[in-house]
Design a protein around this ligand. Sequence first.
Ligand SMILES: NC(=O)c1ccc[n+]([C@@H]2O[C@H](COP(=O)([O-])OP(=O)(O)OC[C@H]3O[C@@H](n4cnc5c(N)ncnc54)[C@H](OP(=O)(O)O)[C@@H]3O)[C@@H](O)[C@H]2O)c1
Length: 235
Amino acid sequence: MTATVVVGASSELGHALARAYSRSGLPLVVTAREATAARGIADSLGEHAHGFALDVTDRASIDEFADAIGGLGVKIRNLALVAGARGSNFTNRYDQDSARQVFDVRPFGYAQVVASMQGSLDADASILLFGGVAFHRPSPGSLSVAPAVGALIGLVNALAVDMAPVRVNGIHPGPVGDSTSIRGWPEEKRAQATSRTLIGRLVTIDEVVHAARFLLDSTAMNGVNLPVEGGYLLT
Ligand SMILES: NC(=O)c1ccc[n+]([C@@H]2O[C@H](COP(=O)([O-])OP(=O)(O)OC[C@H]3O[C@@H](n4cnc5c(N)ncnc54)[C@H](OP(=O)(O)O)[C@@H]3O)[C@@H](O)[C@H]2O)c1
């Protein structure tokens, strides 16, 4: 029996992706840093879903999670890493510690989770890492996030080569218009971002989930860093 694992299912995108996979009725594993939150998400997804705590920056937590997966007696078919760290960082008040915290989640945390899950992967496993557009289109204050996404793009390429024939892809959403963080943007900032898309609107959670499933499920997709941003990168 194979399972889909969504790391960071407490995020809106992670939860929506987990919900989409839950419809198959196949085993599903969801994580949040808090065990109670993870179990609550699993309960909302049905009896084939299991919730475990996982902090991707903490090696002991990753080892415990790997043991928990082993205990389920399933192989991982899909591994989606959705957990993300935010944090503005400006040149005139550069904070190296907060930059390190962003890097600790991705690329370092993502790389360690993938490495620690290696023994649990199905022969046809597919891995998806979530990034963003900050590397190619940084905003002011992107001194932590833009280089972290750049490193993630490199990690996707390196993992695809290192883990072959396991497939590894990256998904890079533009601002997701119906996500809480973007809904909270001031109207002017939102209008400016919208005007930079070629589709005349920001992408939606459903559209990102659709693209994520395409990368996870399409057996020819490998080593791809896919922007999902409605043409934002062309303007
Ligand atoms: N929303 C957007 O417009 C947008 C655009 C581009 C890219 N993205 C990326 O898409 C992903 C989801 O975004 P979102 O807006 O839905 O959610 P979000 O608000 O960025 O959620 C962050 C998630 O990361 C988890 N997390 C943070 N630190 C962690 C750690 N050390 N270990 C494990 N989990 C950790 C949080 O889990 P806890 O419950 O444990 O706190 C939470 O589930 C993120 O990677 C984000 O960067 C989002």
